[in-house]
Write a protein that binds this ligand. Sequence first.
Ligand SMILES: Cc1ncc(COP(=O)(O)O)c(C=O)c1O
Length: 505
Amino acid sequence: MAYRQADWNEPLIFELSNKGRVGYQIPPLEKEIKAADVIPEAMRRETAPELPEVGEMQVLRHYVHLSQMNYGVNSGKIYPLGSCTMKYNPIINEVLAGHPKITGVHPMQSEATTQGILKLLHTLKIYFLDITGMDKATMQPAAGAAGEWTGIMLMRAYHKDRGDLEKRTEIIVPDSAHGTNPASAAMAGYKTIEIPSGPEGCVDLEALNAAVGPETAGLMLTNPNTLGIFENQITEISNIIHDTGGLMYYDGANLNAIMGWCKPGDMGFDIIHSNLHKTFSTPHGGGGPGAGPVGVKEFLTDYLPVPEIVENGGKYSLSWDKPKTIGKVHGFHGNVGVSLKAYTYMVAMGGWGLKESSELSVLNANYISRKLKDLKGYELSYSPEKPRKHEAVLSAAPMLADTGVSALYVSKKLLDYGLHAPTTYFPLIVPEALMIEPTESEPVEALDAFIDAMKEINDLAYSNPEEVLSAPHNTAVSRLDEARAAHPKTICLSWRRLCQLLLDE
Ligand SMILES: Cc1ncc(COP(=O)(O)O)c(C=O)c1O
């Protein structure tokens, strides 16, 4: 389905309305029924609803047109969101997850009748452990953030078991971390200690050494980090944390940059999660439920959630035998449909395919950032000469200082080119951040279209800033009150009131 930009000349469905026209056919009733006879008075409306009176074809076209105005990975030109990454979801994933033999299985069925699905989930776990270099895993957590919280609860259970819970109250988080990291640590009852990044954009070892101590429960780290830079001092970092008795937690959101090339389990991490949507092509957020499996090293196995799928002589069963478990973090085996999409992706790609996908994601991110970093208005923050991994963060700070055009306006203007905007204003350590992640699936033409648009916006900002500052001009609505538009309580389903509420003017 193609992505359609708004057509201002297209009439609204209310303008198509023709008195008496209907879009349904029901056979005439033998006896007329009056609303007053069947609906209690208190439930009857006083005036008829203001609905457009249109034919079936008009209704059909109306909804199809609206659906085409949604920007999707499979309908837009490129989806460059960094960190939150909306990646192509291959159709073959849906074929397995939507197969009647999968959708027809009920979680309360006996083990004897669910051997097939237990085998798939068990095999997925083995692949996951192989890719990440961990020893044991749970598929239960429902997303990356849920995985983080589960992982920190495992850390907590470990320290508690050693009689260390009261003493170890702090978790160290670098300032480049995703906001869910400190949030998960706080939800698990920890105080978070933020450490600054060094001039290279990586963990500052001096700051880390100053922050660690007997209170340290662990460190949460993303590698490559949210600047797209690989933390090459990871062995030193891991030694510092382990020497003080803390544990290393890996935020695996960026596993798609290194998959097949190196493993978090070999970098010294004790607990990891992977956001399946980021690396293994499953839907994310509004696109569907998520999955964030958690892997651990052997010494943490006892604390994992139950039940665990175990294999014995080719037969699969559920083991509840974990007296020290943190309990369940999701019903049954998590979002099984999502897990099976990731399984399909792994099988379809094969080991070499997964390795190549990381390679291409890195190539694509470097292709874009190299072509844009020397333009007047943008700069590649932190170590501009250093290659990036799967994503790169440009700063529009020079453009803002020279022309008054900020990262927000660059993003708005991109919409006029029929392109989705990158992530803006994250990570927080980069002023006027534009975080770009093209992913491995984009062809070079899509990358070039994005680069050309970013160049044109740069030129426009210097020659005619008003044109950028008033963008977007080609979208269905232009400048929304973003805070109100994002607030569920102000959602208004009346087209007239919606326009009144959301338009700036
Ligand atoms: C670095 C990082 N950590 C954690 C998360 C949270 O993951 P999720 O949105 O799956 O909860 C994200 C978002 O994708 C992320 O980019």
